[in-house]
Ligand binder design. Structure first.
Ligand SMILES: Cc1cc2nc3c(=O)[nH]c(=O)nc-3n(C[C@H](O)[C@H](O)[C@H](O)COP(=O)(O)OP(=O)(O)OC[C@H]3O[C@@H](n4cnc5c(N)ncnc54)[C@H](O)[C@@H]3O)c2cc1C
Length: 415
């Protein structure tokens, strides 16, 4: 299929934020085209979803196709520290909404969404990389793309949705990138065979293990029998494990008793991969003729699996505002209704991410007596319902998390 020279909306990137946005704009009757640098299926990390993203998948009409893939169902989040368990079940959450979602190998999940887009009539051009964008004073753009054979083409669009994830196309081209305040953490991860899965207490549950106060591990079982395992910590932590990536990963597995038992004899599906300093942010989420969605806006940290959900919700919100713009609405408040609205959710997660790394949350998660009402409110945050202001642990997130943690700590001290 040849590249369309002119479209209403050009979407950059065929990850979840790109495909969800493209589908919603297409359903409103506009011409949309996606350009994607890679060939799909392609590997990307981010395998544990949150219930809130189901609403976006539903609006994009992707749910049936995803259901047909029989991915592993995820009903909650489980945290383990020194054998103590803190178990969140989404069915007990405070905010009304979805109480389950999936654990997905992203290559297959993202390909499913992309294929659905194409079925709806959204052309996706793979191996087509955006290299330049010029936008005139009316917001109309001319985007230059480079194809796999090295040739270049241009695409005119009335609006651009940048869902390029770690590619950060518009922030990089327009100089909008801003340093993140998050500590530059590192991860080493792999997909592993899981022959002893059935011996585990809850074999298919996603589990986060606290390895030490600054290092944690994800275990995400997939329905294909393999399991994603990853260590996240300060870069210095990994220096005590020398050797090749494979030797390092094997040593890490053996260093955590629960993992040594389950994965001691497992095979690595591919050479363990490493990523570092993934947190990113930008000055603005929108501008004349463009909007940024998903990871291009802000990405904090993987510990609460917020990435795909924030990507999906931003795509859902942005695409509806783009539709209003294309329909001639000149009163769109991008600052309040998009950027501040998204930042509200990001900031809630920021409190919990910071609370995880400074230990504040451990006092709450692993307290002896946990208040079920409060835990259900926190459960809703972990389900991605971070815009529900009726939830005190959303509305006053920072104050309530700190106060509760201090109170529980003082209880411990007097016990
Ligand atoms: C260690 C780690 C673990 C994580 N774990 C989780 C998790 O468990 N759950 C979760 O929800 N999130 C997780 N995330 C975050 C998750 O990876 C991202 O938030 C999510 O992939 C964002 O989706 P997106 O659609 O914005 O971008 P992406 O999925 O990154 O898609 C962007 C697409 O744009 C394309 N692109 C880039 N540049 C160009 C260009 N110049 N031209 C054309 N196309 C381009 C890319 O090829 C890519 O396909 C994790 C992140 C890290 C670092």
């Amino acid at each position: 299929m040849s590249i369309l020279k002119q479209v209403d909306v050009l979407v950059i990137g065929a990850g979840p934020s790109g495909t969800i946005a493209a589908s919603i704009v297409k359903q409103a009757g506009f011409t949309v085209q996606i350009v994607e640098k890679m060939v799909f299926p392609r590997f990307v990390i981010g395998e544990s979803l949150l219930p809130r993203c189901m609403e976006a998948l539903e609006e994009a009409k992707f749910l049936d196709a995803v259901k047909a893939k029989h991915f592993q169902q995820k009903d909650g989040a489980k945290f383990v520290m020194n054998g103590e368990v803190c178990d969140f079940n989404f069915s007990q959450q405070f905010t009304p909404g979805w109480n389950w979602t999936w654990q997905v190998p992203r290559a297959e999940f993202d390909k499913t969404l992309a294929d659905e887009c194409e079925k709806m009539g959204v052309p996706i051009h793979y191996e087509t990389e955006v290299t330049d964008i010029k936008i005139d004073e009316n917001g109309h753009s001319v985007t230059t793309v480079k194809k796999a054979d090295g040739t270049e083409e241009t695409i005119s669009a009335k609006f651009i949705i940048d869902g390029s994830g770690y590619g950060r196309v518009i922030p990089r081209l327009f100089g909008l990138d801003k340093p993140s305040t998050q500590y530059p953490r590192k991860t080493l991860f792999c997909h592993m065979t899981d022959p002893k899965r059935s011996e585990a207490v809850e074999p298919n549950r996603i589990t986060v293990y606290v390895h030490n106060l600054k290092t944690w591990i994800w275990v995400i079982p997939f329905s294909n029998g393999n399991t994603s395992v990853g260590y996240v910590g300060n870069p210095e932590f990994f220096e005590q494990f020398p050797g090749t990536a494979e030797e390092q990963f094997r040593a890490l597995i053996m260093a955590q008793p629960e993992l040594a038992t389950r994965f001691g004899d497992s095979e690595m599906i591919w050479e363990p991969r490493t990523l570092q300093s993934w947190s990113a942010t930008t000055d603005t989420f929108y501008g004349n003729g463009f909007v940024l969605t998903g990871n291009v806006t802000e990405f904090l940290d993987p510990v609460f699996s917020s990435g795909v959900t924030l990507a999906s919700v931003s795509a859902q919100l942005a695409s509806k505002m783009v539709i209003r713009h294309l329909n001639g609405d000149t009163n769109i408040d991008w600052e309040n209704d998009y950027m501040k609205a998204m930042m509200q959710g990001v900031d809630v997660f920021r409190t919990y991410v910071n609370g995880w790394y400074d230990g504040t949350l451990f006092n709450i998660f692993f307290a002896e007596n946990r208040n079920p009402e409060i835990m259900s409110q926190i459960c809703s945050v972990l389900a991605g319902y971070v815009w529900d202001e009726s939830n005190p642990f959303v509305k006053n997130h920072e104050k309530n998390v700190r106060t509760l943690s201090r109170y529980l700590e003082s209880q411990k001290a007097t016990a």
